[in-house]
Design a binder for this molecule. Structure first.
Ligand code: ZN
Ligand code: ZN
Length: 147
């Protein structure tokens, strides 16, 4: 076969594999991982705590359901702390649940507010609010820990 070989140039090597890891993070361990099994969080809850006003945030492991404390205004996936990059939206039918998304990394986590209804069961509310997941996905976010 007389196929002419394509000219090879020096511009073949892709140069986008540079190590631009996140610079020195603050106090928050980011990305947030379960202290028990190392899996990413699957859900977030707000609980009453005497020393906070309006509740403290806990992340719940997607694998073993262990909960651990985490700052309220920090993206668990990338550590973004700017409120303008962390949009929230709620379901009208379930005022105690909301989506906390992150424009910096494109992920979201669902938050169940247990300070409004202490009898709420996060895993049940998670299923009951799948419309929130749809709304988040329509806006282009993907759920933390979902692949
Ligand atoms: Zn775990
Ligand atoms: Zn993020």
């Amino acid at each position: 076969m007389g196929e002419p070989s394509r000219p090879t140039g020096p511009h073949d090597a892709r140069d986008d594999a540079r190590d631009d890891g996140p610079a020195g993070a603050g106090a928050a361990p980011v990305p947030a991982r379960c202290p028990g099994c190392g899996a990413p969080p699957g859900l977030s809850v707000l609980v009453e705590e005497p020393e906070t006003h309006g509740g403290a945030r806990r992340l719940i492991c997607a694998q073993c359901e262990r909960a651990w404390p985490f700052p309220r205004i920090v993206c668990p996936a990338c550590g973004a702390e700017e409120t303008e990059r962390l949009p929230r939206f709620q379901a009208e039918e379930i005022p105690g649940a909301r989506i906390e998304a992150c424009d910096a990394c494109g992920t979201y986590l669902k938050t169940i507010d247990l300070t409004r209804d202490a009898r709420a069961v996060p895993a049940v509310d998670d299923l009951a609010t799948c419309s929130l997941d749809l709304a988040a996905r329509e806006r282009g976010y993907r759920r933390i820990g979902a692949g």
